[in-house]
Design a protein around this ligand. Structure first.
Ligand SMILES: Nc1ncnc2c1ncn2[C@@H]1O[C@H](COP(=O)(O)OP(=O)(O)OP(=O)(O)O)[C@@H](O)[C@H]1O
Length: 570
């Protein structure tokens, strides 16, 4: 568009969900904008402008989500910033047609798929981590050597660590390298001695985590850590029982471990405040992004029983369950840690998508979500037979969706550990008609939750009680459900953003009828989970579909064990 001038990053900071920035093919000038102020960016396209000058070494520090960076065809000079080598998710880097000098920093990211530094003034050897790229990625640079280009002269400096900015000639750096190596060696030795001293001291005086870094989880969340915590290792080697009990406990073996300290120091962002407390997104330095949910009312059982229950939840494995990764136990509060799911919750996709510029969910996607939720529930029923309501807190904000819109249930299986009083006040299971009328929860309580969810997905209406976080709104929900039940099923009932056609009308109605049967107030008349699953699996995307869809679904169910003979809720 021929835009020119400089970019005002500070004004863009007011767009917290901004993920992609593109000003390619314009006439912007001046130094590289301070992109790290927009730390959540995933893609930055600034190629073919007039940006110039040296880019600071740490210009990209902390941009842990950055996947694509296009700065080609500008007039940048100086070294390629070393902080680029620390970006865990970097997949595409295009720096061609600039005047970058010095050596290429030591890129080692395995995800890197596109890399181009051609037509710059670089020199030295190509780092081993880049040797698989095509020679075109390094074209037009005489000073470079090593795979995929010609072999290096023995005197050529080996690719430097991330902080090198050397622009010296090919002979002198070898002396420089020796000096650098000597200094690095000395520093390493001092660090080792320092570490030994610290370790010795730690044995006597456990480290306190009272020194929060700016913008870390501890400060944002106000998580109290008055107790002394165990040392860096998650496998506490000491016999100190108190320390043993203060560690972050992993319930899965297949996950890279991290410490509570790592979590507390991670840069954090609040995802939202639910009925129990807040959930935080924490970006760890090792590239993992986790969600930490704080629970204050979770003292229904003692420590041992709590731990046993967490281990039980940790053993669950199903494509439609968000796995619990680890937890932290403290008498006053518990933290449950799971993976961050980029696409967020079903609630956002159903009710908040317009504000975020997301498309509304179409009918096939909604059907897929309902089928996935059903499979996840069936699995919970099979694996947690001792729980009367194995999920217990089913609602659209507790259904996350992955990249392919496969639903992932979260906050499941928590009724046994949540304080009874709070559970009654806050958890969806306790809003069921049978609880409100007879004060009981049954094996069909989750079916009722499923029914509400189906109605919510089909009508696009937000059950009022969810808006109010479940407080004092039982009536609203009941009225809402019965008002839907009372209506004749006409097409107006359906969310008009679903873009339905004549072809799928019959199937939509079929599903709505199932949803209503799941919401039947009389528990005896309500579908049980097995019936609900079978009937939902029979729903197809379109009327008149060949039996193909249902055959596939049945095969899927069988392979997941959902409809096996042992499957029974009685
Ligand atoms: N692992 C996750 N990845 C992405 N978003 C998440 C994750 N866990 C929770 N969220 C979202 O964060 C927000 C806050 O979640 P939280 O669980 O604290 O509250 P809630 O689901 O609204 O209510 P409740 O406390 O009753 O479960 C919700 O929008 C939820 O969908």
């Amino acid at each position: 568009m021929g835009l020119k001038g400089t970019l005002d990053v500070d004004s863009l900071k007011q767009l917290p969900v901004l993920r992609t920035l593109s000003f390619m093919n314009n006439n912007f000038e001046g130094p590289l904008p301070e992109l790290k102020k927009l730390g959540a960016l995933k893609s930055v396209y600034l190629s073919n402008n007039h940006f110039s000058g040296v880019i600071a070494k740490d210009a990209f520090a902390g941009m842990l989500s950055l996947k694509k960076l296009y700065l080609a065809q500008n007039a940048f000079t100086g070294a390629i910033p070393a902080s680029l080598t620390t970006l865990p998710k970097l997949m595409e880097l295009r720096l061609e047609d600039n005047q970058f000098g010095g050596q290429i920093p030591n890129f080692q990211q395995k995800e890197l798929q596109v890399f181009n530094v051609s037509n710059n003034a670089l020199e030295g050897s190509i780092p081993a981590g880049l040797s698989n790229f095509n020679a075109n990625s390094f074209a037009g640079i005489n000073g470079l050597c090593g795979k995929p280009l010609k072999a290096c002269d023995p005197s050529t400096p080996v690719s430097p660590g991330p902080s090198s900015t050397s622009t010296t000639s090919s002979k002198r750096p070898s002396i420089l390298t020796i000096v650098v190596v000597a200094i690095v060696g000395l520093v390493a030795l001092l660090a080792l001695i320092g570490a030994i001293c610290i370790l010795c001291r730690r044995n006597r005086e456990p480290l306190s985590l009272e020194a929060p870094l700016p913008s870390n989880l501890q400060r944002k969340a106000g998580i109290k850590e008055s107790n002394k915590l165990p040392q860096g290792s998650h496998e506490n080697s000491g016999n100190n029982k108190k320390s043993e009990n203060m560690k972050l406990s992993f319930v899965r073996d297949d996950r890279e471990k991290f410490d509570l300290q790592d979590l507390l120091k991670a840069s954090a962002e609040i995802l939202g405040s639910g009925s129990f407390g807040s959930s935080y997104k924490a970006a760890l330095m090792n590239g993992q992004t986790m969600v930490v949910k704080r629970f204050k009312q979770m003292n229904n059982v003692g420590r041992e029983e709590f731990q046993e229950h967490m281990r039980r939840l940790g053993r669950l494995r199903h494509p439609n369950l968000l796995p619990l990764v680890s937890y932290y136990y403290r008498k006053e509060e518990k933290l449950l840690v799971s993976d961050y799911v980029e696409r967020g919750s079903l609630a956002v996709h159903l009710h908040g998508h317009q504000g975020l510029g997301l498309p509304s969910l179409d009918w096939p996607t909604r059907l897929k979500v309902i089928k996935g939720v059903t499979k996840g529930l069936a699995y919970l029923y099979k694996e947690l037979p001792s729980l009367i309501a194995p999920h217990g807190h089913l609602k659209s904000s507790n259904v996350l969706v992955n990249e392919s819109y496969e639903p992932l249930l979260t906050d499941y299986g928590l009724i046994p550990v949540v304080n009874q009083e709070s559970a009654q006040e806050l958890m969806v299971a306790y809003k069921s008609p049978e609880y409100l009328q007879q004060g009981r929860i049954t094996k069909k309580t989750d079916v009722w939750g499923l029914g509400i969810l189906i109605l919510e997905i089909l009508t696009g209406k937000f059950p009022a009680n969810f808006l109010q976080h479940g407080k004092g709104s039982e009536e609203d929900l009941a009225i809402w459900v019965s008002s839907v039940v009372g209506q004749e099923v006409t097409n107006e009932v359906f969310d008009n953003e679903m873009a339905t056609t004549k072809n799928n009308e019959g199937e939509l109605r079929k599903l709505l009828t199932i949803g209503l049967a799941c919401c039947e107030g009389d528990v005896e008349k309500r579908l049980d989970m097995k019936e609900a699953i079978q009937r939902i699996e029979e729903v197809k995307e379109r009327d008149g579909d060949e039996d193909f869809t249902s055959c596939v679904s049945e095969a899927e169910i069988k392979s997941s064990g959902v409809l096996s003979d042992e499957f029974s809720y009685s």
